[in-house]
Each structure stands twice: as structure tokens, then as C-alpha cells.
Design a protein. Sequence first.
Length: 274
Amino acid sequence: MPSITPGTPLHSFLDALCKSASEVFSAALGANWAVEIDTADPAPTVGTSVVSFQLSTSGGLQGPASIQAGTADGLLLAQKFLQEPLDPSAELNKDRKEALEELLRQVAGLAATKIKGLFGETKLEVGTVEPPTWQGVDVALVAAEGASSKLPLELRLSPELLASVSSTRAVAPVPTPAPHSETSAAVTHEPNFDLLLGVNLSLTLRFGQRILPLREILDLTSGSVIELDREVEEPADLLLGDKLIARGEVVIVDGNYGIRITEVADARQRVGTL
């Protein structure tokens, strides 16, 4: 089993999937959900009666994966997503499987955004399939709604996808510079680079984000409040295009929003966004 310790490309990929699933499940299922790598029980425990979906990657990453859940657990997720009364005796029919597929499609969409900065532009597509017969590396995941019972999930990574992830050098998070560090001195200017220093670039201040199902978006009216995925005391992100270059505290300057920088990316990383 390849190493999935923090800092490895594989851990970065799995962490992005888990965080995306946590956010989407919490928004779409109406409760606080957490999806994590099951380090306590690495053996697949989804059972023999399963519902299976294929996750296909293309672009920055290449190769398929599969996601499996026990039929009873899949039924529970589908009923919550469709806001149906919970009925363990109900059938996991075509409509409910399509609901599960849509739920995972939302996860894949958010995950594609999260891994873009790590592995480049990657497209993730979800489809219903039979349980895979191809060999791969199985990773046990667990989804939990608050303190209630845990739902085991099985993620199988194909050798092609595993090789694609492992051969990619994931981008490190924005570091906090040491006091009095002169990061600008570390930048080696390319020929004619100075000609670009007067070019105006657009910066974006991001307070947070939220994934909402279409039904809630259509229900938005004047006065609606949307809770973002960030605590009030957490720093906001400063983006150049879609690249994170700094974080800081939001301030008011002459009646306008501003940001007091508390963390900044290395100067080489900032130049790399141009």
C-alpha cells in the first residue's frame, strides 16, 4: 500500500476528495457530515451488496477509480438527498441511484476545483457501473453524520491513476515567512521580466465558499443568508486569478474593504502565477 501520510501527493489527492465530500454532504443532506480516511479499519467493510460508481479523471490526472457503498447505506444517502422519509425497507431504485450519482457528481465538481492547484486542470466524471473487476489499491473511507453511526465507503484507485497521482509533485500550502525574511531577494528575474512589473493585475479577496443544491439556489430571495465554510476569525484568501498568493485579516480602509496580510506565498510561487 503506497504511503498516504500528510505531505505526499496521494494524501493531498485523498484529502481533497474527503474535504469535498464533507462539504457537499453537509450542504446537500442538511446536516454536518465528515468524510475521512478510515485509518482505524483499512480493510473494506462495505459488504457484499453494494452500489458502485466510477470516477474517471482526465487532464492533470489520468485513470479511473471506483467508489462503493453498501446498498443500505446508499439508500440512506439517497433518501436524505431526496428529502424522503427514511425507510430501510425501500428499494434502491433507478431514481435513488441517479440521486446518488448526482450527489457524487457535486463532490467531483468541488474536488476538481480543489486539486487544480495541486495537480493542474483535471476533469472528474461520475457514472454508475458494476463493481469493478480490475485490480487496484483500496482505500477505506468513512462518512459520519455528527455523532451518529458511520457509513463505510470503499475507494479503489486504478494503477494508472495511482501512478499519475504519485508522479505529480503536489504544490505546498502557502507558508508563513520567517520574521524579517526578504523573499523578494530569492527571485531570479528572467530577461525582460522588469518590463512586466508595471502591468496591472486583478486581485480577488475570498471570504469563503458554499456548495448548494439547485433547489436551494432557486429558492434564494432578497434577505436570504448563506453560511460560508469559514469561521469569522479565520483569515481571508487573496487570489491572483485562481491562485492563492496570500492570506490576511479583513479591514476597512476609507470606507472600503481591505486586507492586512498575515501570510504570504514565497515570491517564486507568486511569480509562477503570472
